[in-house]
Ligand binder design. Structure first.
Ligand code: SF4
Length: 360
């Protein structure tokens, strides 16, 4: 059930009047859940804890999560980002795989080079990898619904031998799919897709291939689903919507599309306050703000502060779900994580206890 909660910021809710400084009133509806999911949080923790335990440099294959602000701040702490393993010199320092997951060939290459790997693949992406393998072992042709070239899709396709996974991106692709074995198919998906688009694609696949096997549990993850639901609740009630996120962040792009389809006249994806084109927001009185799963809260705050310079802002949070999931870090980093958490509890004895680990 949806609930709302007023959070901070002075000024009245929506209205057409101006404050004493002549700024028009702006009601900001802040989507919740928003921002970091458990997989992103774990991946960033892995880099930070690895830096603490092993010192710099720590090598990270691909952007750990799709957010420039996060990547730049980890670079400043000593993380070195590469696209491929061959860019890493001979080293005993850790090499971290990003939250999006990697094809099997990558850990195999790391093994051959004797690299010390810490895997930050989100456990919910690893679940999809396992499904792909199970279906393949059962002799089924795997149909992956996802976006061509996205690192998660590359990683999932790379769990099986080349040429064995059929990638479907759109309803049209599903209509055109030529199956090698039409009675023996299974579908799986990228974790960050539009829930509604995927439903349509699956409907076409099921109509064309009635025996196609479905995943045991939805592959689109809880964080993607929850953020889209929050956007759907806010989008019809606002004049414009900002999704905080990177252009290469799949789940952020989907949030922008969801906002438009849910009736928001103007939905834009921006990375930081400096990207705001103020002409987009002239004359609005209600603004929605959402944030993709790889966008830190500090960027949401930065954007609200920027609006507060132009408008008399009042912020209301619209929460459509509670999230308590967290994932454990790899074994090698647990002692550092525990020491850090004990130190922060001692510094803030009344702080809420960390959420329980749901999975590794
Ligand atoms: S968006 Fe979902 S699958 Fe991706 S890292 Fe977050 S929790 Fe994991």
């Amino acid at each position: 059930m949806m609930s709302t909660e007023i959070t901070a910021k002075a000024g009245p809710l929506a209205g057409t009047r101006h404050d004493a400084d002549g700024r028009p009133a702006l009601s900001v509806l802040l989507c919740a859940p928003r921002g970091f999911c458990a997989g992103v949080d774990r991946a960033i923790q892995i880099v930070e804890l690895a830096l603490e335990r092993y010192g710099a440099p720590v090598y990270v294959r691909h952007e750990i999560v799709h957010n420039k602000y996060v990547v730049e701040s980890l670079k400043r702490k000593g993380a070195v980002f590469v696209e491929e393993l061959h860019e890493i010199p001979p080293t005993e320092q850790p090499v971290i795989f990003s939250a999006h997951g990697v094809p099997k060939s990558v850990p195999e290459a790391a093994d051959r080079r004797n690299l010390f790997v810490l895997d930050a693949t989100c456990p919910l992406v690893s679940k999809v990898h396992k499904e792909a393998e199970i279906q393949y072992r059962r002799g089924r042709e795997v149909v992956l619904i996802g976006h061509t070239g996205h690192p998660e899709v590359v990683g999932t396709m790379g769990q099986l031998p080349p040429g064995t996974v059929s990638l479907v991106e759109t309803v049209e692709d599903a209509r055109r799919l030529v199956a090698r074995d039409p009675d023996n198919l299974a579908w799986i998906t990228q974790t960050t897709l539009s829930v509604d688009d995927t439903r349509d694609i699956v409907a076409v696949l099921q109509e064309r291939f009635p025996t196609i096997a479905a995943p045991h549990k939805d592959d689109i993850c809880y964080a993607t689903t929850n953020r889209q639901e929050a956007v759907k609740a806010v989008a019809p009630a606002v004049d414009a919507m900002i999704v905080v996120g990177a252009p290469n962040s799949s789940n952020s792009q989907r949030l922008r599309e969801v906002a438009e389809r849910a009736g928001c006249p103007r939905a834009v994806l921006i990375q930081r306050a400096s990207d705001i084109d103020w002409r987009d927001f002239a004359g609005i009185s209600r603004l929605g703000i959402a944030a993709g799963a790889s966008a830190p809260e500090v960027l949401v705050e930065e954007i609200i502060d920027a609006f507060a310079n132009h408008f008399d802002v009042a912020v209301e949070e619209v929460r459509t779900a509670e999230e308590t999931i967290s994932f454990a870090v790899p074994r090698e980093l647990r002692a550092v994580a525990a020491a850090k958490s004990a130190a922060s509890s001692a510094a803030a004895p009344n702080a809420p206890a960390p959420a329980q680990n749901a999975a590794e």
